[in-house]
Design a protein around this ligand. Structure first.
Ligand SMILES: NC(=O)c1ccc[n+]([C@@H]2O[C@H](COP(=O)([O-])OP(=O)(O)OC[C@H]3O[C@@H](n4cnc5c(N)ncnc54)[C@H](OP(=O)(O)O)[C@@H]3O)[C@@H](O)[C@H]2O)c1
Length: 502
């Protein structure tokens, strides 16, 4: 299959020899300053833990009581979708996608929600001007602060689906889940916080099953592309050869940026403020809707260091000489794939998931990986983390420029699936814009519209928590293809696999 990235005239950048040498030279300085400082600080935290006041765990239940008479049937509700977090960086992009693609209150009836009326009005004014769609100013606004329980019913009562970017989710998201589960309102988010999702499943799974609310999480960059690609690789092997996927590997080619909210989420985890995974008899991602444990397990087997690329595409033009690094979100993607695999109950009962980030050459792989280790360790003590927050990272509400997101950033994931009988399948999924912000907001909106407009067609036939592929499947993929994503998958027989290896 040809690479759409190459066809688009794009490629991952290569760092200069000077950057490589500067990174190598910074290692002794890092080893003698930042590393010991972070180690001492973290060790100190552990030693002092018994005497320090316990960090307050975010509340998972407001105790709000909902009676049946409070709940309007979903088909009678005023809005197909309400976007919460509309004043933030990604939420504003979600509003932009809705207005640009579906107009205002035409085929999709929608509203926006946030905690400041003035900020919501500003978002509407700016988008009306930018898109030259004056009706945007007339979009309904709902005032919601998730820390004020009394403001929550207004968010969920009249919505078929709430699409939320109000994060960090472990800090601000639990009441949204709770109220959607209680009011039978469908829900989509862009969290990447798997421990929090597990806590939500354990706390609100049964409530959502009873109310019929479908709560689909991880609907952004983390982890729609990988989750859907695994689903299609399994489908391709099954359709062509009646074979079942037993291992899957991804090579991710990306240029992009993170918004301030993602950095805030990382810091909330580092500072121990996020929700811990709940105690459970088994991983909540293996929990079937009947409460039993799925027999379909997926094990992540990711790299920990840089390697010369060993992908099926290595000998082809632009891939020649490439190196790989571990990918920072691979663990989350692997967990989401594991969850979908467990709920779908198809394919091999033992699946292996591996993911690499692709770089142009050795020096870029080295700089990217070592740079990540250096920055990661800098986040572990207050002195250097303060410097990063002040001078390096985007602030809350900020992110990459629209020009960079539209013209320079992209994500292309190359997948290879191997069947139990040795057959192979390949997939390529391409987002030609910034995947962490712009495309994330599109993935969120389209995921929500699957539930709001195509409830009868999605695989999530009943209430409860779902990952994107198991819950929305091909309905979501179709919507993404219609709004800008490209995807291709093909199966290759065992005979030609052997032939190509000879
Ligand atoms: N999975 C992915 O691929 C992906 C990609 C991007 C972002 N994310 C996640 O998405 C989240 C948002 O990122 P972002 O950059 O858009 O963040 P942001 O710019 O800080 O926006 C956060 C939004 O949440 C709102 N909010 C915060 N606390 C609230 C509360 N108590 N009640 C109601 N609204 C509240 C904020 O409202 P105010 O304007 O009033 O403060 C703002 O609209 C983060 O958790 C980030 O990690 C995930």
């Amino acid at each position: 299959m040809p690479s759409p990235v190459t066809q688009d005239g794009r490629t991952v950048p290569s760092v200069s020899a000077a950057t490589f040498l500067a990174t190598v030279a910074s290692l002794p300085v890092w080893a003698l300053t930042v590393l010991p400082l972070s180690l001492f600080y973290q060790a100190g935290k552990v030693i002092m833990k018994p005497v320090l006041p316990k960090a307050e765990q975010p509340r998972l239940d407001t105790g709000y009581h909902v009676s049946d008479s409070d709940i309007l049937p979903r088909r009678e509700r005023k809005y197909d979708m309400v976007v919460l977090g509309a004043t933030g960086f990604t939420g504003r992009l979600a509003v932009r996608h809705l207005a640009k693609t579906y107009g205002v209150n035409k085929s999709v009836k929608w509203a926006i929600a946030g905690r400041s009326e003035a900020k919501l009005d500003k978002v509407k004014r700016e988008l009306a001007d930018e898109l030259d769609i004056q009706e945007v100013e007339s979009i309904d606004t709902i005032i919601v602060d998730t820390t004020r329980t009394s403001s929550m019913p207004a968010l969920v009562k009249q919505a078929r689906c709430v699409a939320t970017t109000a994060g960090p989710f472990a800090l601000f998201g639990s009441p949204v889940v709770e109220f959607c589960a209680k009011f039978g309102t469908h829900y989509v988010d862009i969290t990447g916080e798997s421990d929090w999702v597990k806590a939500m499943i354990m706390k609100w799974g049964e409530t959502a099953q009873k109310s019929g609310a479908r709560l689909v999480t991880f609907c952004g960059h983390d982890s729609v592309p990988w989750d859907l690609s695994v689903m299609k690789l399994q489908e391709a092997l099954q359709k062509e050869f009646k074979d079942d996927l037993t291992s899957v590997t991804f090579w991710d080619e990306a240029v992009g940026g993170a918004p301030g909210g993602t950095i805030a989420t990382l810091f909330s985890a580092v500072d121990g403020k996020s929700v811990k995974a709940p105690h459970a008899d088994f991983d909540p991602f293996l929990r079937l809707m009947n409460g039993e444990k799925s027999e379909y397990v997926c094990r992540s087997d990711g790299p920990t260091w840089i390697h010369k690329s060993k992908s099926p595409w290595d000998d082809t033009g632009a891939w020649f000489g490439r190196w790989t690094t571990p990918f920072i979100m691979a663990q989350v993607n692997g967990a989401v794939v594991r969850w979908s695999h467990a709920l779908r109950e198809q394919g091999s009962k033992s699946l292996t998931y591996t993911e690499f980030a692709v770089t142009k050459d050795f020096k870029t792989a080295f700089v990217n990986h070592v740079g990540l280790i250096i920055v990661g360790s800098m986040m572990l003590n207050p002195l250097t983390s303060g410097l990063l927050k002040k001078y390096v990272f985007p602030k809350v509400g900020e992110g990459p420029s629209m020009k960079n997101m539209e013209d320079k950033h992209y994500l292309c994931i190359f997948g290879e699936g191997i069947g139990i009988n040795g057959n192979r399948a390949e997939s390529i999924m391409y987002f030609d814009k910034d995947a962490g912000c712009l495309e994330t907001s599109r993935m969120l909106v389209e995921s929500g519209l699957c539930l709001a407009l195509e409830e009868d067609k999605v695989p999530a036939k009943h209430g409860g928590f779902w990952p994107p592929a198991a819950g929305l499947g091909n309905v979501l993929l179709k919507r993404l293809l219609e709004t800008g994503t490209s995807f291709e998958a093909r199966a290759i027989s065992e005979a030609s696999v052997r032939h190509s290896l000879e």
